[in-house]
Design a protein around this ligand. Structure first.
Ligand code: CP
Length: 304
């Protein structure tokens, strides 16, 4: 299939191929000349119906490093505001001879819908609270880089699991590679289906941190929250915020991740986010190589 709609639809061998391809591109983008001519004949549209900094810019950079032609679209400045539908919007973009569409949308399943209804390769850059496959790939790639392998590692995901596409894609990707995953957060922000995913829930952050090799700290997705949600930000920070004091009590090696954007002082303090255990900017750096690999592998299928 010429799409990347979710980690759920990949095999472990697909992930390994993406990582091996990303290894090559990571070496390329560290050269003085960071570009390869591979995709000179491919045109890609990045269409974003939700805000983004990291995903949008790193897809764009990845495509430019591969020499693809790139156009970018933000719904806020588009004719969507005049009532144009998603399908009409994309079909008009495709009429300009575009081969691939990278889309972020607030509705879960939006990229599946698009893949069914238009004739182009679709990459999901985040669909509501459903999946964010390239984020999970770059997260696992960063764990592999830091710890040598993902298999056998204990990975904790902390925070708003209920509204997080990063959590769901990470759970699928990590388990597929043989890691053990636990989540930690307030009951109100843990989805009811978590048991069916073979993921244990831990309510005490310190105990959960004692268990894990890697902790991935998530942001509370205020934009998807009902205002009446419990707990309050202050209560959340007291129980689930990661501080240097807590890390010092653990006195062990631990890899601290965060997909961004960070709410400093809420889910993670500044000294931890910028501290020696943090690989947050490594994640961002790896995002370019991973997205180059994804785009390159999908484009190879279009060309053949
Ligand atoms: N991690 C992530 O998806 O960040 P953006 O929302 O800035 O793209």
């Amino acid at each position: 299939v010429n799409h990347l709609l979710g980690i759920k639809y990949l095999q472990e061998s697909d992930i390994q191929l993406i990582f091996e391809t990303a290894d090559h591109f990571k070496e390329v983008i560290n050269r003085p000349i960071k570009k390869v001519p591979s995709l000179r004949d491919i045109t890609i549209a990045n269409i974003f119906f939700e805000n983004s900094t990291r995903t949008k810019l790193s897809f764009e950079l990845a495509q430019k490093r591969l020499s693809a032609d790139v156009i970018s679209f933000s719904s806020a400045q588009s004719s969507v505001k005049k009532g144009e539908t998603l399908i009409d919007t994309v079909n008009n973009i495709l009429a300009m001879k575009v081969d691939m569409v990278v889309m972020r949308h607030s509705s879960p399943g939006a990229s599946h819908f698009l893949a069914k209804h238009v004739n182009a390769s679709i990459v999901n850059a985040g669909d509501g609270a459903h999946e964010h496959p390239t984020q999970a790939l770059l997260d696992s790639y960063t764990i592999r880089e830091q710890l040598g392998d993902v298999a056998g590692k204990k990975v904790l995901i902390v925070g708003d699991i209920l509204h997080s596409r990063v959590a769901l894609s990470n759970i699928f990707a990590l388990q597929m590679q043989g890691a053990e995953v636990r989540v930690c957060g307030p009951k109100t922000l843990i989805p009811k289906y978590i048991d069916s995913l073979n993921v244990k829930v831990e309510s005490n952050l310190k105990k959960a941190l004692e268990w894990c090799d890697v902790a991935n700290m998530l942001r509370i997705q205020n934009e998807r929250l009902d205002v009446s949600y419990f707990p309050s930000t202050r209560e959340y920070t007291q129980q689930f915020g990661l501080t240097n004091e807590l890390l010092n009590e653990l006195n062990k090696d631990i890899v601290i991740m965060h997909p961004g954007p960070i709410n400093r002082g809420v889910e993670i303090t500044t000294d931890v986010a910028d501290g020696k255990h943090s690989v947050i900017l490594n994640q961002v750096e790896n995002g370019v190589a991973i997205r180059m690999a994804v785009i390159y592998l999908l484009a190879s299928k279009i060309k053949n």
